[in-house]
Design a protein around this ligand. Structure first.
Ligand code: ASP
Length: 330
């Protein structure tokens, strides 16, 4: 009997794609068993695999329902005794799904999300190496308590920090602000330092409305489109310039929006914090925070949107949302 048990959930993505004769393009078609069959080296690991063919979708078409169902299935796998889990999926949305799973997973078992940049029909397809590394990581005692991590190219990234930073490179995944948590070599995980504390919001969804808009500040925008979006949202994340700045034309719109819905001030750079007490002009971070916007801190806009979505879906009150961001986005 194997020492460790790891659950595998396949969701589709390039890692699971083959050529569709009808179109000539690659589409998600391979099962979880197909993915594992391409990695004979797994048989040399002291790990039992419990395989779940969960979805066959491109990363772009995964939705909140899929991810909620996956979080429930992961919880069930851990209740049944799995020591860790691997999720294979499209790389387009890994930086978002991994963070969502991280927020929803209260246990110490690692949830390792992986994929591939080169599909299985290409020379040097990276899927098999990534699956192998992900299984090793999911069974690794070093990652106990790490929450969700992303493993690609033998690097381990915290869900909270990871970004897809190149559209085609096999080394596409980086953690711009923090660097990787560690690396895999010779079949083991080597961490660069201690794991950081993480914040979990694992309450069940109450079904509260949670359409969260994400709007990016850009040069010369007069705020008309922002106003239209804000009217259609239950919560809004603003991807502001620099340390949290927007055109002066946004100020009235954001002031009104923040009196009705939670509005989070995040930075569009995606590396470094939104500040709180430096600039004082209309549309500066001080001005916007004084008008009731919630500071997104170090969270990039995509991750801030997911945190706000989870909090709204759990029916959290405005002061709880502000407190949650203060804890999770430091
Ligand atoms: N478009 C693909 C997807 O996310 C990209 C990939 O998997 O690398 O499904």
């Amino acid at each position: 009997m194997a020492t460790k048990t790891v659950a595998i959930f396949s969701l589709g993505g390039t890692i699971a794609m083959t050529t569709d004769p009808a179109t000539g393009g690659v589409v998600p078609a391979l099962s979880a068993h197909d993915l594992l069959a391409a990695v004979p080296a797994l048989q040399g690991l002291d790990v039992e695999l419990r395989v779940h063919d969960f979805r066959r979708l491109p990363g772009a078409s995964l939705g909140f329902d899929d991810l909620r169902a996956l979080a429930d299935a992961l919880a069930e796998a851990f209740r049944a005794g799995c020591d860790g889990a691997v999720v294979t999926q499209g790389t387009d949305t890994i930086e978002e799904t991994a963070y969502l799973l991280d927020l929803l997973h209260p246990g110490d078992q690692p949830v390792v999300v992986t994929g591939a940049m080169r599909n299985p029909t290409l020379p040097g397809a990276d899927g098999p190496a990534n699956v192998f590394a992900a299984v090793v990581a999911a069974a690794a005692p070093e990652l106990s308590g790490a929450g969700a991590v992303v493993v690609l190219g033998d690097e381990v990234h915290a869900a909270r920090h990871v970004r897809k930073s190149h559209s085609t490179s096999p080394a596409a995944f980086t953690s711009p602000a923090a660097g990787p948590l560690g690396r895999l070599y010779e079949g083991r995980v080597h961490l660069h330092g201690p794991l950081a504390a993480r914040t979990v919001f694992a309450d069940p969804s109450t079904g509260a409305p949670a359409r969260v808009g994400l709007y990016t500040a850009t040069l010369g925008d007069d705020g008309t489109l922002l106003a239209a979006m804000a009217d259609a949202c239950d919560g809004l994340v603003l991807a502001a310039f620099g340390v949290g700045h927007v055109p002066e034309s946004f100020v009235g719109v954001l002031d009104r929006a923040a009196s009705r819905i939670p509005v989070v001030l995040a930075g569009r750079i995606g590396n470094g914090p939104v500040l709180e007490r430096t600039y004082g002009f209309p549309g500066s971070e001080r001005d916007l925070l004084a008008r009731g916007l919630i500071r997104g801190g170090h969270l990039d806009p995509y991750k801030a949107r997911l945190l706000l979505h989870v909090l709204l879906a759990q029916g959290r009150k405005p002061d709880e949302i502000t407190a949650a961001f203060a804890t999770a986005a430091h």
